[in-house]
Design a protein around this ligand. Structure first.
Ligand code: PMP
Length: 300
């Protein structure tokens, strides 16, 4: 596997970063997870935009322009000759000293990994999954804006540990007000009386690229949708519920905290949206030219 590291493609074994990197020491950095579907980088522009917005929020200057980052990503996918893959873009604050002050970090570390995706088993899309509400609340935006996709995932890590203890494979995270924010690594939707609803980002949700794609599909079809605050009561009494994420795509949810959702099987709207997303994923994005000579933009 060839890894992009600070302007060069290097074999996996040689892709090493410093123990003084503030990404390692403090989780100081940002990242993206992107899917490649049959040579198409799904919604690449949206992922790049989110990466640069996250970086701007944490005052991290990425040493590549968005266009250069896009070209570096395309080159790394082509160099690994993968038509279906999961890409991880990481930009950390870079090596500094043991203090937290990022002013000591002269050069951010830029990493692009193109690997195979670990998919949820296909049968889960037919059966749906059960969720458990975690006792770990989403960090409030007064402390850390949940729209920043940062390397600091301890809040979510603690939440997934808690959800798994309860026997679930994903957990619902509430905000400190007790309203539904999102899941530990996915956004959440419900359908009630034919209306599609998802919590607004400011409730404590990442602005998911898949979430936005699903809302776009709904707006372009006859599915009414809105970003609406909701409590667990709304979740428990929903006709349908599903998760969205780069890895999960559209994952049906058939139980929450031991309450059956709707008829206890994937709902019609959920299935329609999953099918529409699967159609979109090879069309909406950026195509990789696997025959183009590998040209990596120089890092300033
Ligand atoms: N929420 C969180 C906390 C996430 O980490 C993710 C990404 N796995 C999502 C939602 C879904 O976002 P996307 O559709 O962009 O993958």
């Amino acid at each position: 596997m060839q890894i992009y590291l600070n302007g060069k493609l290097v074999p996996q074994e040689e892709a090493r970063v410093s123990v003084f990197d503030h990404g390692f020491l403090y989780g100081d950095g940002v990242f993206e997870g992107i899917r490649v579907y049959d040579g198409n980088l799904f919604r690449m522009k949206e992922h790049i935009d989110r990466l640069y917005e996250s970086a701007k929020s944490i005052a991290l200057k990425i040493p590549l322009t968005p266009d250069e980052m896009t070209r570096a990503t395309l080159a790394t996918v082509a160099a690994n000759a993968k038509r279906d893959a999961y890409i991880r873009l990481v930009v950390s604050r870079g090596p500094g000293d043991l203090g937290i002050d990022p002013a000591k970090c002269a050069r951010p570390t830029v990493v692009i990994i193109v690997t195979s995706i670990v998919l949820y088993p296909a049968e889960l899309y037919e059966k749906g999954i059960a969720l458990a509400t975690t006792s770990v609340r989403r960090i409030p935006m007064q402390c850390l804006d949940p729209r920043i996709k940062s390397l600091n995932y301890l809040n979510n890590v603690l939440a997934i540990i808690d959800a798994k203890k309860a026997g679930a494979i994903e957990g619902v995270m509430l905000n400190v007000q007790g309203r539904v924010a999102e899941c530990t690594a996915d956004n959440i939707f419900i359908v009630k009386n034919g209306w599609l609803k998802t919590p607004p980002e400011l409730e404590g949700a990442l602005g998911g690229i898949t979430r936005a794609a699903v809302l776009d599909i709904a707006r372009k079809t006859d599915i009414s949708c809105s970003e609406t605050r909701m409590g667990l009561h709304d979740l428990y009494n929903a006709d349908e519920c599903f998760l969205t994420g780069t890895g999960a795509e559209v994952m049906p949810v058939t139980a929450v905290d031991g309450r059956q959702i709707g008829e206890g099987k994937p709902g019609k709207t959920t299935q329609r949206l999953l099918a529409a997303l699967r159609e979109l994923r090879v069309k909406d994005g950026l195509r990789v030219d696997y025959d183009a000579p590998v040209q990596l933009p120089r890092i300033a």
